[in-house]
Design a binder for this molecule. Structure first.
Ligand code: FES
Length: 286
């Protein structure tokens, strides 16, 4: 009679990531939280993203122990968990500060001063991108567009918005964070530490007074664009180059071929172009 590897207690599956275990009390607490998160999904593996936030809330970054825990409770391999944890930039892979200060250096913020803010903060804090100050308070990083371009240049602290920044205001902001002085985001919920933010992102309620009610909205520039798109506002004023007299030109009605967007231009169809009716469609292989 032959014996299989599993009969002999040997696993030929994907090797699990070597990692120290959580202390028993921490594991028990995290398992209780994880069960609550997993119960929200029809398929347990869908809970991986919030569970990575949960373990990030425990240690401030996603450790090997945290990834091993997620794999255990979801019945995944640590390779699958690692693939997700390393894909998304919202998961930190190494110890970081209480406050993650992200300077948007995407196109619009960059030209509006984001690049200058980032350079000055690097010099002011003595750290580079992704590095943390010696006191463990601030981790500086440049971030991609946060869909707040009408408030450019934008700085985010633990994903809360600080709008319309300049180098001086950004330096005051990080000084206040390091000194423990209270700072208030321009809009949205009050600021909390990175670990507290991670727990909220894991799906646990933000129980601070007024935090849920605090909110923000689109800025004037976004709303102006929306009104224009809906035809509720006058077309934008054309600004002529200095020294050039404005020329009186009659209003121009664009033909369909000159329509502002090729996606919006009316297209000829068999209904609108009877000379070219749609013929029968041949099935593949006919
Ligand atoms: S480019 Fe900075 S928020 Fe969009």
């Amino acid at each position: 009679m032959t014996t299989t590897p599993s009969d002999r207690g040997v696993s030929l599956g994907m090797p699990q990531l070597p990692a120290p275990a959580y202390p028993d009390d921490v594991r028990a607490r995290l398992e209780t939280d994880a069960r609550e998160v997993i119960a929200r999904y029809p398929d347990s593996r869908s809970a991986l993203l919030p569970l990575l936030h949960l373990v990030q809330a425990e240690e401030g970054h996603v450790t090997r122990t945290g990834m091993r825990f997620c794999a255990d409770v979801l019945g995944l391999t640590t390779a699958e968990v690692t693939a997700v944890a390393t894909f998304y930039s919202m998961y930190r892979r190494r110890p970081s500060g209480d406050y993650q200060v992200g300077v948007c250096t995407n196109t619009l913020c960059a030209v509006m001063g984001g690049d200058a803010i980032f350079e000055e903060l690097q010099e002011h804090l003595g750290v580079g991108n992704g590095e943390t100050t010696d006191d463990g308070k601030v981790t500086l990083e440049h971030i991609e567009c946060n869909a707040a371009c009408d408030f450019a240049p934008v700085v985010m602290v633990n994903w809360e918005f600080f709008d319309n920044q300049d180098p001086q205001s950004a330096k005051r902001l990080v000084d206040d964070l390091r000194a423990g002085r209270p700072v208030s985001p321009t809009r949205g919920a009050p600021l909390c530490t990175f670990k507290e933010t991670a727990r909220i992102l894991a799906g646990f309620p933000d129980e601070r007074d007024g935090a849920v009610a605090a909110t923000g909205s689109a800025g004037p520039a976004s709303l102006a664009g929306l009104e224009l798109a809906k035809g509720e506002a006058s077309p934008a004023r054309v600004v002529h180059p200095r020294g050039e007299a404005p020329q009186e030109t009659p209003p121009h009605e664009p033909s369909p071929a000159e329509h502002l967007s090729s996606h919006d231009a009316p297209q000829d169809t068999s209904a609108s172009d009877p000379a070219h009716p749609a013929g029968p469609t041949a099935e593949e292989g006919e």
